[in-house]
Design a protein around this ligand. Sequence first.
Ligand code: PLP
Length: 381
Amino acid sequence: MKIDMVDLNGQYLKIKNEVDAGIRTVIESSAFINGPAVNEFRRHLGRYLGCSGVITCANGTDALQIALMALGLKQGDEVIVPAFTYVASAEVITLLGLTPVMVDVDPDTFNVTAENIRKALSPATKAVIPVHLFGQSCDMEPILELAASHGLYVIEDNAQAIGAEYTFSDGHKAMTGTMGTIGCTSFFPSKNLGCYGDGGAIFCNDPVLSERIAMIANHGQKIKYHHSVIGCNSRLDTIQAAVLDVKLGHLDEYSQARRKAAIYYDEGLHRLDPERQFIVTPHRSENSTHVYHQYTLKVRGGRRDALKEFLSKRGIPSMIYYPLPLQEQEAFRGIAKAGEELKYAEECSKSVLSLPMHTELTHEIQDYVIAAIGDFIRENC
Ligand SMILES: *Cc1c(COP(=O)(O)O)cnc(C)c1O
């Protein structure tokens, strides 16, 4: 049995006809840049998310950079970011001469909280980047309230949670990426909505800001060869848009498949370790659906690396997202301001282990993974 972290080929084979036809149409029309499929996809994605402004771009990192550029922040302005995230969330802050301020995360959800953001506020704080890590929304209501009361911009990094839905205390719901000032996502192939190369998008419900974002992504021009601001060149290829338009039609079904697989892991692992003495399965927030970009365990007792090794010997891949919290990355040494305590970011980086998670998982594969973890517990704990 060959087990992959992600099975993009198996997923492709089920939608091959649709995808191949979409790609062929682009090639036959030679509309490789800004062809009709790009606008079609933008429209469909906006409708899916309930967001009036969708601007596509070249990748998720560009999306974050363009979002920050559009807000007109100045050198030295502080942007709060969780210490436990992918580097892109913080890298772009530094690249623009802004100061990343790292804050701790909640050890159950792995997400940044309003409480941690509050502790890091300073007169220079201008924006906050909540990252919806591993497929579940941050608790946005208190974050949005805090931001509103301090006049902060909120840029949601939604690269891992597209399709997740957050419920506010009054019962109204919103898709992740559409609640803040600006939302950003990535269409990297292994993301929940992934293309067959690089891609990204920016979400914004403010029409004036949306226009500015679109302009910045396109060399700062609205009228061709008339450049009103410094921008960049960041586009989604038409071929990728055609692929994404097909896959968007399957996104809810994909999220559902991931959720089912997560429940199956949960049940199997809870049977092995009912008291959660050895492994902690992913926490499910009450106010967010989970789209399981990753199925991330916490391994207790310093046994994470041993479990990874054990699984690997049985042909089971697993990944550590992320082995170092940002404050320990060499690149940020002396640049970033770290909040007082980043205890949980540190702890998570030492204990997390993500199991294979994708839309094509079978019970056979999952039983094999669960059985291997059972053997590990019996032999090592
Ligand atoms: C993938 C990812 C990004 C960056 O996306 P790219 O398309 O690879 O540039 C940013 N933030 C998070 C949390 C991600 O997982």
